[in-house]
Design a protein around this ligand. Structure first.
Ligand code: ADP
Length: 474
């Protein structure tokens, strides 16, 4: 099959979260499985330095954006993993210091990503052979199926929802920037209560819709997780599938991870203890064989359950636990964790920022990984934790519910601790059970090994996507 992925992120070149990880792995896995796959993303600042093999293509873009015409160029490069990448250059839009604007979104994000989406369609029309499927991801590329339909182009479209909470919702006036016929701005089209909603556009107009776990596919059809689009999703549930993300084992393998002090495996966990000691030392925390270490790596937002984390963390510290956090996001959480680390210098380490290598050291060096997300489309860090013998403690939602099996002391089965409902009390209960397990070293090693034996492979996920493309092309 001939596939073109369109996205605003692709690790290690452009990443703010899980979307970047998926784009680093899924297209490459499909390519290994024999398909012809390429990926197109915006040419952000600094990308050409990371891709010295990039070459300018002859294609000159001249794209209508409302009443204006915006020019652009396309570069072609090869990613480290061999994947062909196309980069859409429009320096006024993409040569900036962040992808979407921080802390506030760039005011012209509608224009930036409508331009990008139009450039993707233009590129697709000029590729030879033509792609059979354009696989779009999240709101930044949500308009592509509408553009394909309006222009009567021969591409099938798949739209993947990585997080329904970010919808690309813009004032009605921005609809003009799509240059679509007026009838598209309607209830069966891209309009949502008088606004332009690019997430809705993707859901309604793509030939197939996917999201990143089976449980989230169900949950987004309910009012509590549907972020206002549950009705739209119910109306289109016949074309909606949930496929769990995988672990990119080229990057996340405790036996072969350059970020770690020592390698380890399920058979030989000695290296994990060395990673724990090194991590405690790195943060200047009191060592102690007896002390369990809890970790968290996350965007610091309400979605990730930080209100619960705030309520329970001092309880954990009072039981002698250590806590290490890496993250950035909302100022109130950043300041909470900075203050906590200052108050408990022997027990709490907090690094505010984004640090890929440190994220590996934390996943390897902690005993338990906290992920009390209010909702979680898939979640990747709990998958990485399982692989690194770090036991996840998670709210039973979305991909967390699909990937972590609650530990039962009676049977010895399970890979982590899950809790429901979403409350500080239930979260505390799960952490208490984790502390009890920590005291029983044989059971602890058993649960670690059960987690490490889980296989969340991209190969399996890619096969499920293949089935969707095949259905579309049949
Ligand atoms: P989301 O996409 O909602 O942010 P996921 O769990 O799907 O959450 O993916 C998050 C990805 O981003 C993981 O690869 C995680 O390790 C990484 N990540 C999140 N915050 C940081 C950080 N501060 N430093 C390094 N990596 C981070």
């Amino acid at each position: 099959m001939n596939l073109l992925f369109a996205a605003s992120e692709c690790s290690p070149y452009a990443k703010t979260g899980g979307l970047g990880d998926v784009l680093a792995a899924l297209p490459a896995t499909l390519r290994q499985r024999g398909h012809s796959v390429s990926c197109v993303l915006p040419l952000y600042r600094g990308l050409l330095e990371k891709l010295p093999n990039a070459e300018l293509t002859p294609l000159e873009l001249s794209i209508p954006l409302g009443g204006a015409t915006v020019s652009g160029r396309i570069w072609k490069a090869r990613a480290e993993n061999g994947l062909p990448l196309f980069l859409v250059q429009q320096n006024e839009f993409f040569d900036r210091d962040s992808l979407y604007g921080l802390p506030l979104d760039f005011p012209d994000n509608a224009g930036r990503f409508l331009f990008f989406s139009k450039a993707v369609v233009e590129l697709a029309r000029h590729l030879s052979p033509l792609p059979q499927v354009i696989h779009c991801n999240d709101w930044q590329t949500g308009i592509i199926p509408a553009l394909v339909k309006a222009q009567g182009l021969p591409f099938k479209t798949v739209y993947s929802i990585h997080n329904l909470a970010f919808q690309g919702s813009f004032p009605a006036a921005d609809f003009g920037l799509t240059n679509l016929p007026g009838e598209y701005f309607s209830a069966p089209g891209v309009e949502y209560y008088g606004t332009l909603n690019l997430m809705k556009a993707g859901i309604v107009l793509a030939d197939q819709v996917t999201t990143v776990s089976p449980r989230y596919a169900e949950e987004i059809q309910t009012e509590s997780v549907g972020c206002g689009l549950d009705g739209v999703l119910r109306a289109h549930k016949g074309k909606l599938t949930g496929i769990l993300n995988g672990v990119d084992t080229a990057l996340w393998d405790p036996e072969n991870d350059p970020a770690l002090r020592a390698p380890f495996s399920a058979e030989s966990l000695k290296g994990k203890a060395a990673c724990k000691d090194a991590l405690l030392a790195e943060f200047g925390l009191e060592p102690g064989e007896g002390a369990p270490v809890f970790g968290a790596i996350s965007r610091l937002t309400g979605q990730k359950g930080f209100d619960l984390m705030e309520s329970i963390v001092e309880g954990l510290l009072s039981q002698g636990a250590r806590f290490i956090l890496l993250g950035s996001g909302e100022a109130r959480y950043e300041s909470f964790f900075r203050t906590l680390a200052a108050r408990y210098p022997q027990q709490v380490g907090a690094r505010i920022g984004f640090d890929e290598a440190l994220s590996h050291r934390i996943i390897a060096g902690t005993d338990f990984f906290l992920m009390p997300s209010l909702f979680e489309p898939c979640g990747l860090t709990q998958l990485y934790s399982l692989r690194y013998g770090t036991i996840p403690v998670v709210h039973e939602t979305g991909g967390l519910a699909n990937s972590v099996q609650d530990y039962r002391p009676e049977t010895g089965e399970g890979t982590g601790f899950t809790f429901t409902p979403y409350s500080a009390q239930a979260f505390t209960g799960a952490c208490r059970r984790a502390l009890v397990l920590y005291e029983d070293k044989a059971a602890l090693q058993n649960v670690r090994r059960q987690g490490m034996a889980q296989r969340f492979t991209w190969d399996e996920s890619a096969a499920a996507y293949e089935a969707i493309y095949a259905r579309l092309l049949a």
